[in-house]
Design a protein around this ligand. Structure first.
Ligand code: PGA
Length: 242
């Protein structure tokens, strides 16, 4: 793991974009981008949009796969991850709508949605997978205890994760109870992994990811087993690292 500590969120986002830009150059614009939602990557996406608007990069030949989606929210719901990705990134760059992929959380057959997404991922190895990290060490919606060999699956959200996300909904009761997520094996299959974390609230999860034992109790610790991981964290999130 390569750990880069930046002063603050703005610098974390700029560093993260350098990594993405390099992948876009290395793949001659044909990157398969593994993307994530949450508050952490928003600054990265702003940098991607700004550099696209400046004419320095095109996503017309890129494709994307997203980590996860809530179960039971329509795509048009402003808290669906489909909506988030379009609002923060896809609507502002030239990526083809047919080239963006998220798990289908709004289907009558969740088991089939999981199998379909795992089959899709088998044809789309991520050149880079962007990850945030939960305060409990989750990656995607892979909560503590998730087997490292898991593929796309439905998860019942932990109450801590639901309350972390309640700020985006009218009330805790409105936060979905289940999500569909790439499994840990699908994440680990990426050629490169870019983990972002900002703020004191992530410090103990970052410590466990980088310096703790590799154990399903901290799902992000599995990343120690991956050959190409870049962790970009601000000083607050890095504050417990030795
Ligand atoms: P956040 O979420 O970026 O909103 O902090 C990260 C996560 O829970 O994976």
């Amino acid at each position: 793991m390569k750990v880069i500590v930046t002063k603050n969120y703005t610098e974390m986002s700029a560093k993260a974009y350098e990594v993405i830009k390099q992948v876009m150059q290395d793949t001659e614009g044909k990157a398969i981008l593994g993307l994530a939602t949450g508050s952490t990557p928003i600054g990265l996406y702003k940098n991607m949009v700004a550099d696209y608007e400046a004419g320095n990069v095109s996503y017309k030949n890129a494709r994307s796969v997203n980590l996860d989606e809530y179960v039971g929210l329509p795509k048009t719901h402003d808290q669906s991850y489909y909506y988030f990705m379009h609002d923060n990134l896809f609507n502002h760059i030239d990526i083809d709508e047919d080239s963006v992929n998220l798990p289908d959380g709004n289907t009558g057959d969740p088991d089939k949605a999981c199998a379909d997404y795992t089959a899709l991922l088998a044809t789309m190895q991520q050149d880079v997978q962007v990850l945030g990290i939960g305060s409990n060490g989750h990656i995607g919606f892979n909560e503590p205890g998730t087997p490292f060999d898991s593929t796309t699956h439905i998860v019942k959200l932990h109450e801590g994760t639901r309350s972390d996300n309640a700020r985006f909904f009218d009330s805790l009761a409105d936060v979905p109870t289940h999500a569909i997520t790439m499994g840990i094996a699908n994440i680990m299959n990426a050629k490169k992994i870019l983990v972002l974390a900002s703020g004191q609230g992530k410090a103990s999860a970052v410590k466990a990811m980088v310096q703790g034992p590799v154990d399903p109790a901290c799902p992000a610790s599995v990343l120690q087993n991956h050959p190409d991981v870049v962790v970009v964290v601000d000083e607050a999130a890095a504050s417990l690292l030795n």
